[in-house]
Ligand binder design. Structure first.
Ligand code: INI
Length: 172
């Protein structure tokens, strides 16, 4: 992909909860963005207490007009509490809603696992590397939205901006 993402501005919201996992996700994410050409000064990282707090901050970042995509990173681990159900449902719903509200790609890099060991494997750069995957998805989605927005601008400009309709054949 070379350095096509050089001008991209990426917001990252990372939960502190389960830090041993989320720090790995964050490092891998930043490393992949850097490898794809995103400049450090164009990455805006915000840490929040837990995954539950991610959607509000992701939405605010997206609404700021200063980022092309937002990446959300967190680890919700079931353990023994029903907390898991509430938090995982809310974070996924909230992130999806934030993207639809703002028209900015918001990437779901939040792990939801039964155990810490499963989360560690998913964060491991030599295994699932979910942090790096989230970075790649963000770059891909910035390009997708640019393509869609170009289509949108053309259709807003009216029919003359689009391809010419085929010449009508005279009726038989
Ligand atoms: N936050 C997480 O990010 N992961 C978890 O596994 C988790 N559990 O299991 O409780 C968790 N809880 C904190 C929550 O996200 C909020 O920060 C807290 O409830 C304050 O609003």
């Amino acid at each position: 992909m070379g350095r096509s993402a050089e001008q991209f501005r990426i917001g990252i919201v990372a939960a502190k909860f389960n830090e041993q996992v989320t720090s790995k996700l964050l490092n891998a994410c930043v490393d992949t963005l850097t490898a794809r050409g995103v400049r450090e000064e164009n990455m805006n990282v915000v840490r929040v207490p837990g995954a539950f707090e991610i959607p509000l901050v992701a939405r605010a970042m997206a609404k700021s007009g200063r980022v092309d995509a937002v990446i959300c990173l967190g680890a919700v681990i079931r353990g023994d509490t029903p907390h898991f159900e509430y938090i995982s449902a809310e974070v996924s719903r909230g992130i999806g809603q934030a993207a639809l509200d703002t028209d900015v790609p918001i990437i779901f890099g939040v792990l939801t696992t039964e155990t810490v060991a499963q989360a560690v494997v998913r964060a491991d750069t030599k295994k699932f590397n979910r942090g790096g995957e989230a970075a790649k998805s963000a770059i891909e989605m910035v390009m997708v939205m640019r393509q869609v927005n170009r289509m949108r601008q053309k259709s807003d400009a009216g029919p003359s901006a689009g391809p010419r309709p085929a010449a009508r054949r005279p009726a038989d």
